[in-house]
Design a protein around this ligand. Structure first.
Ligand SMILES: O=C1C[C@@](O)(C(=O)O)C[C@@H](O)[C@@H]1O
Length: 680
C-alpha cells in the first residue's frame, strides 16, 4: 500500500532536529471500483473518468461481466442496458449515472434514483477539472470540510441569483474572501413555457444550475432549500420535497447540504445515513423577534442540531444590543460544553450586525454585485474586515514580501487583495540582502508575516525555531507566520510551494491516480527538488526517479537516481515528470517527454467532443525566457502540461490563506496578475 506524508501539523516543540518525516498509511491508495452508466453514443465520458482516475476502462453490455471483471477496471454501460438487467446488480461497485446535459438524450430521474451518484456535464465546453473534483470528493480522497475546520474564520458567499448564468461573469470577484459558496435552490426561478416561473424549480433545472456553478468555481458548494417560514421560498407542506432535493444534492457531490431543523427527525436521519462524503449543516432560523439565547430550550435546539449536523447553525432576528451579548455568552458556553460540532450563530437584522463580525464559522457574506442580500443585516467580507479592525480585532500589520525583483508582481497581487477585502494591513517589499536581513525584519514591531522568494534554507535560520512538518522535511521556508502561543509571539517557518505543486497535480487527476505510480524528477540539486518530492509523496506516489541529483535528506526513501541509459530502460514508465531545472536548461527534458509520449488505451490523446485524454502529467517549474517552451512539446506529445505560472498561482492562494487567513480563488489570482497566462 502507498505511504502518504502527513504534512499539516506544526508545533513549537518540533524543533529543527533532522527528524524522520511522519508517514501515514492511506486507504485511498486503493483504486476505486466504479460502474458508469451513460447514454447511447456517450461512452467517451467513461474514458475521461478512467483517465482522471488513472485506471484502465472498458465498456460492456453485461452486468455479469462487470461483476466478474477486475476491481481496478472502470466499466461503462449504456443506461438502457443496465436498467433491463438491474435485478441482478450486486452493489459491488460505486454506481454513477452520467448525463450529458447538451446531448440528445433526456434525463431519466428513475435511473438517477437507482444510482449512488450522478454526474452532469456539457460537451460544448467540457471541464475536466470538474470531473476530478467530483470524483475526489465522492470517493473521500479530499476533505474540504476538514481543511476548513482548521481555519480560524470561515465565510460563505450566499448567492441570490434566480439563474446562475447571471453570476458567472463576476464569480471570481464575488468569491474573493469566501471559503464556500451557497446556492439558494429555493431562489432559483425556472422559466416556464407560459412566461411565468415555477414555484419550485424542477430537479432538471436545479441540477443544471448546480453544474454550471461548479464548473466555474473551486469553492465548496453549500446547497440550500430554505423554507418559506425561514425567509426562503420552498413550500413546507410536504417535507418529502426537501428529502428528494437534498438527496439529489448528495448524489451530485455537493460538499455541504443545509438541512433545516424543523424537518421530521426521520428525514434528517435518512439524509445523515446517505450523506457519504457530503457534510450536513443543521439550520435553524427564528424571525419571531422573541427568541431567547439564554433560555434552556436554546441549548436543546443546539443538541438536536448536533445529532446529525457537522455544523450547527442558529440564526435569529433581534432588536436589542443585549441580545448580541447573550448570543456571545451562549457561543462561549455551548462550545466549551460541546467543542464539536462547530457552532455558527448570529443575530439577523441591523442590530445583530455586530454578531456577524464575531461569528467565526461560515459567516454568510454578501457582495455589492449580487442582486439582493439573502438576509437582513448581511455584510460583505470587506465590511466585516473593516468592522473587525475598528473593534481592535484585526490589528494593522506589515506583511512582507522578501525576495528578488522577480517577485514584485506577486507583491502587487497582495496589495490588490488587501484592497479588495479592506484588510488594514500594509504590504512591504524588501530586497533580500545577505546575512541577517530576514531576522532583522522579523524583529520589526508590526511584523505580521512574510513570504520569501526564493525560499530560505531552514537550517540557516536559527531565528525560526518552529517549523511546520512540511518546511522541516523540505528544508526550506517560503512563508513566515506569526502566531500567539501562551501569550507569546512565535514565528513559524512554513512551506507553501509544495501545496502549490500538489494543487497543480490534482487539478485534473484524483489523488489515487498517483498512488504507487512512478515519477521522474529533474533538478540541479536536491534543494530545488524537495518541495516537488514532498508534494508527490503526499499523493502516495510510488518510486521517484531523479536526474541531476541524488537525494540524501529525510525525503530520500524510495527516491532513486537514474545514472545511465541502461537504468532508464529498466525503470517503470513515469506517470509524472517534473522539471525543476532552470529555464536555460529546461530543454533537457524534451527527449524524455518524447520518449515517454502518451499512447495506448489509457491515454490516447483525444476523446470525442474535444474531451482531452492524457494519462500523464508534466510540470515545468522553470520561469523566464527560453527559445522553445517544453510545455508546448509536452502538450503535443500528449501530456497534461502545467507551467510555473500555474504552480505560482496556487502557491499564492496558499500563502494568502496562511498569512492573512483569506481565501482567494485561483482564477482571481490569475486574473488580477493581469499577465496573460500567469503571474510571474
Ligand atoms: O442560513 C443562511 C443565513 C442567511 O439567512 C443570513 O442570515 O445571512 C442567508 C442565507 O442565504 C443562508 O442560507
Amino acid at each position: 500500500m502507498a505511504t502518504m506524508i502527513q504534512a499539516e501539523s506544526v508545533s513549537t516543540t518540533q524543533l529543527k532536529e533532522v527528524g524522520t518525516v511522519q508517514v501515514q498509511e492511506i486507504p485511498s491508495g486503493d483504486k476505486p471500483a466504479l460502474l458508469l452508466l451513460h447514454g447511447e453514443g456517450e461512452d467517451d465520458i467513461v474514458g475521461i473518468f478512467a483517465d482522471v482516475l488513472g485506471q484502465p476502462w472498458e465498456t460492456t453490455t453485461s452486468l455479469e461481466q462487470v461483476k466478474a471483471g477486475p476491481q481496478g477496471t472502470i466499466y461503462g454501460m449504456r443506461s438502457s442496458l443496465a436498467v433491463s438487467q438491474a435485478g441482478s446488480w450486486d452493489q459491488s461497485r460505486v454506481l454513477i449515472n452520467t448525463h450529458c446535459v447538451d446531448g440528445p438524450h433526456p434525463r431519466d430521474d428513475s435511473i438517477t434514483e437507482s444510482c449512488d451518484f450522478e454526474y452532469l456535464y456539457t460537451v460544448s465546453t467540457f471541464f475536466r477539472r470538474d470531473v476530478a473534483r467530483f470524483l475526489s470528493l465522492i470517493l473521500g480522497q479530499i476533505s474540504p470540510h476538514r481543511d476548513l475546520t482548521k481555519k480560524a474564520r470561515t465565510t460563505l458567499i450566499s448567492t441570490t441569483f434566480p439563474d446562475v448564468h447571471a453570476a458567472l461573469p463576476n464569480l471570481d470577484i464575488l468569491s474573493v474572501g469566501a471559503d464556500a459558496i451557497e446556492i439558494r435552490v429555493d431562489l432559483l426561478e425556472e422559466p416556464l413555457k407560459d412566461g411565468s416561473v415555477s414555484k419550485v424549480p424542477s430537479l432538471k433545472y436545479v441540477g443544471e444550475q448546480l453544474m454550471l456553478l461548479r464548473q466555474r468555481t473551486e469553492l465548496p458548494i453549500i446547497y440550500t432549500t430554505r423554507c418559506t417560514k425561514e425567509n426562503g421560498r420552498f413550500p413546507m407542506d410536504d417535507p418529502n420535497l426537501f428529502f428528494k432535493y437534498l438527496t439529489r444534492a448528495i448524489q451530485w457531490g455537493c460538499e455541504y447540504i443545509d438541512v433545516e431543523l424543523w424537518l421530521p427527525e426521520d428525514i434528517r436521519r435518512k439524509l445523515a445515513e446517505r450523506k457519504g462524503c457530503s457534510k450536513i449543516i443543521s439550520a435553524f432560523h427564528d424571525f419571531s423577534g422573541n427568541f431567547k439565547w439564554l433560555a434552556p430550550e436554546t441549548q436543546t435546539l443546539f443538541e438536536r442540531g448536533a445529532v446529525y449536523g457537522d455544523i450547527v447553525k442558529m440564526y435569529v432576528l433581534v432588536n436589542s444590543m443585549q441580545e448580541n451579548m447573550e448570543l456571545e455568552y451562549f457561543r462561549t458556553t455551548i462550545q466549551t460544553k460541546y467543542p464539536h460540532p462547530p457552532f455558527s450563530g448570529l443575530n439577523m437584522g441591523p442590530t445583530g450586525q455586530l454578531t456577524r463580525t464575531m461569528n467565526k464559522i461560515f459567516t454568510p457574506i454578501t457582495h455589492p454585485l449580487l442582486p439582493m442580500i439573502a438576509a437582513p443585516g448581511q455584510l460583505s467580507a470587506a465590511q466585516i474586515n473593516s468592522a473587525l479592525h475598528s473593534m481592535g480585532q484585526m490589528p494593522k500589520l506589515d506583511i512582507y514580501g522578501i525576495g528578488s525583483f522577480r517577485s514584485t508582481s506577486q507583491a502587487m497581487f497582495f496589495e490588490k487583495c488587501f484592497n479588495e477585502l479592506s484588510l488594514p494591513h500594509q504590504f512591504m517589499f524588501a530586497e533580500r540582502a545577505p546575512k541577517a536581513s530576514i531576522e532583522y525584519i522579523l524583529r520589526r514591531p508590526k511584523f505580521g508575516g512574510a513570504y520569501i522568494s526564493p525560499p530560505l534554507v531552514a537550517a540557516s535560520a536559527p531565528y525560526l525555531p518552529a517549523l511546520s512538518n512540511a518546511a522541516r522535511a523540505i528544508g526550506q521556508v517560503d512563508t513566515v507566520l506569526v502566531r500567539q502561543e501562551s501569550g507569546q509571539q512565535v514565528f513559524i517557518g512554513d512551506n507553501a510551494t509544495w501545496k502549490g505543486i500538489r494543487a497543480t497535480l490534482s487539478r485534473d487527476f484524483v489523488p489515487s491516480a498517483y498512488s504507487g505510480r512512478a515519477a521522474l524528477l529533474l533538478a540541479n540539486s536536491e534543494a530545488d527538488a524537495s518541495a516537488s518530492i514532498f508534494a508527490l509523496k503526499s499523493l502516495g506516489i510510488g518510486p521517484v526517479y531523479t536526474i541531476g541529483f541524488k537525494a540524501k535528506g529525510s525525503l530520500s526513501t524510495e527516491v532513486e537516481p537514474v545514472r545511465s541509459v541502461e537504468d532508464m530502460k529498466r525503470l517503470e514508465q513515469p506517470f509524472v515528470i517534473i522539471s525543476a531545472l532552470p529555464a536555460e536548461k529546461s530543454l533537457v527534458v524534451v527527449p524524455l517527454l518524447k520518449h515517454y509520449r502518451v499512447n495506448g488505451k489509457t491515454g490516447s490523446g483525444m476523446g470525442g467532443h474535444g474531451m482531452k485524454l492524457s494519462g500523464k502529467v508534466f510540470v515545468d517549474l522553470a520561469s523566464g525566457p527560453r527559445k522553445v517552451d517544453p510545455l508546448d512539446i509536452a502538450t503535443s506529445a500528449g501530456w497534461t502540461a502545467y507551467g510555473s505560472a500555474d504552480v505560482s498561482a496556487w502557491t499564492t492562494v496558499e500563502m494568502i490563506r496562511l498569512l492573512v487567513g483569506q481565501n482567494t480563488p485561483y482564477d482571481f489570482v490569475q486574473l488580477a496578475s493581469g499577465v496573460g497566462r500567469g503571474l510571474f
